[in-house]
Design a protein around this ligand. Structure first.
Ligand code: 5GP
Ligand code: MG
Length: 178
């Protein structure tokens, strides 16, 4: 695949991410402290690094599951549909669920995933996003917990790709075309 040349500028360092995840883990621990039935559901693929670091900071009994959602435009931004390409393996009825997303952008993905999982009667369901781009929102949706609010820039790294590359960068970087 040919691509315009670009460089990546660090936006959020690996150290800042690690510090923020320690704080978020404490908040999640207090939110779910009385439960022994928490399932942490990562949205593939962008959240794989975040969920790995987050669960290792959680001093709670947790199960991990994954869901892959794909959004596609039908030419009308406001009626964007989200399909579930790969569903979670486990049942969540009566369970406590924490949905882990990389970025909340227009909000459609997280909104629809929460709606679908919500119909399965979890005892409690919360969401966490590493990044939030509030400027891009199209639906009234905010993760219950957010790592960092960022401006409307295209970012990569820490699990997040540009044309499937750069997921392995340890920091969040901003793509700059050169
Ligand atoms: P939305 O909230 O618009 O439904 O979609 C969120 C998804 O869009 C994220 O999970 C991510 O896959 C993708 N996305 C949004 N902003 C960015 C970005 O800056 N970089 C990359 N690589 N993906 C993004
Ligand atoms: Mg995503």
């Amino acid at each position: 695949m040919t691509q315009a040349p670009y460089e990546i500028d660090v936006m959020i360092s690996a150290k800042s991410i690690a510090a923020r995840i320690e704080d978020l883990a404490k908040i999640i621990e207090s939110e779910f402290k009385d439960t022994d039935k928490l399932v942490v559901v990562g949205l593939l693929r962008g959240s794989f690094v975040f969920i790995a670091d987050l669960v290792r900071e959680l001093d709670l009994p947790v199960e991990v599951d994954f869901l892959e959602a794909s959004s596609y435009g039908d030419g009308m931004e406001s009626s964007r549909e989200v399909r579930i390409l790969k569903d979670i393996r486990g049942q969540i009825e009566g369970r406590d669920v924490l949905v882990v997303e990389d970025i909340v952008d227009t909000g459609h993905t997280l909104h629809q995933v929460m709606e679908v999982l919500g119909t399965r009667h979890p005892a409690k369901i919360k969401s966490i996003a590493l990044l939030d781009k509030p400027a891009r929102r199209e639906v009234d949706m905010k993760a219950d917990y957010t790592g960092f609010e960022i401006p409307d820039e295209f970012v990569v790294g820490y699990g997040i790709d540009y044309a499937q590359r750069n997921r392995n960068l340890p920091f969040i970087g901003k793509v700059r075309f050169t």
